[in-house]
Design a protein around this ligand. Structure first.
Ligand code: HEM
Length: 163
């Protein structure tokens, strides 16, 4: 089957289509700091939504770490919606806007408007994500509020296009 053209609604996000890979670091007041490697793919099937696949692994042992999947949807007027399901029993619905960062790169700033926590999952209360991208680079930060800890930085990664 031939690849469909990108839906016009995805034009502002076109540079995300493809695969990015690189290193990340994590920390939080309740855990030891850690490092990871990550691969992120945004794909499309001609509809006005990007399919998101993420996987991380230990940079030394290469053992799988966190993974998440979801859909990124432009919502008009520079707004975006990002739905993410995590391997550890949490779902995030994030909403926010698409603008330009001070360095001229595209930026998505998103906060959770809804969180699903399975019975066995850790009680995350709030997540905020910022992604910055151009055709060759995708980097991001993630903050979360968890148990009694107020919103605090958890992750930063800097990925480069590999496909
Ligand atoms: C690149 C993605 C991520 C990686 C590599 C990662 C990695 C880790 C690691 C290594 C830990 C410490 C070990 C553990 O308790 O399992 C941890 C803890 C945790 N992470 Fe993440 N994480 C990621 C994304 C997220 C996201 C998006 C959230 C929130 C939605 C999150 C929520 C948590 C929570 C709640 C803990 C437990 C903290 C505690 O037990 O005190 N993580 N993460």
């Amino acid at each position: 089957m031939s690849k469909p053209p990108l839906h016009p609604a995805l034009s502002p996000l076109a540079e995300l289509v493809g695969t990015f890979e690189g290193p990340g670091t994590g920390h939080y007041p309740t855990i030891d700091p850690f490092e990871y490697r990550e691969r992120v793919t945004f794909g499309h099937v001609g509809k006005p939504v990007l399919a998101y696949e993420q996987a991380t692994w230990d940079p030394v042992s290469e053992a799988p770490m966190h993974a998440e999947r979801g859909y990124l949807r432009p919502a008009g007027d520079g707004l975006v919606e990002f739905m993410i399901a995590h391997v550890f029993g949490i779902t995030e619905l994030l909403e926010g806007d698409h603008d330009r960062a001070d360095d001229g790169r595209d930026r998505l700033r998103l906060t959770t408007t809804s969180l699903g926590i399975a019975g066995t999952a850790k009680p995350v209360r709030h997540v905020r994500r910022e992604l910055r991208f151009d055709a060759e680079r995708l980097d991001y930060d993630v903050w979360m509020a968890y148990r009694e800890v107020p919103e605090t930085h958890h992750l930063a990664a800097d990925l480069r296009r590999v496909a």
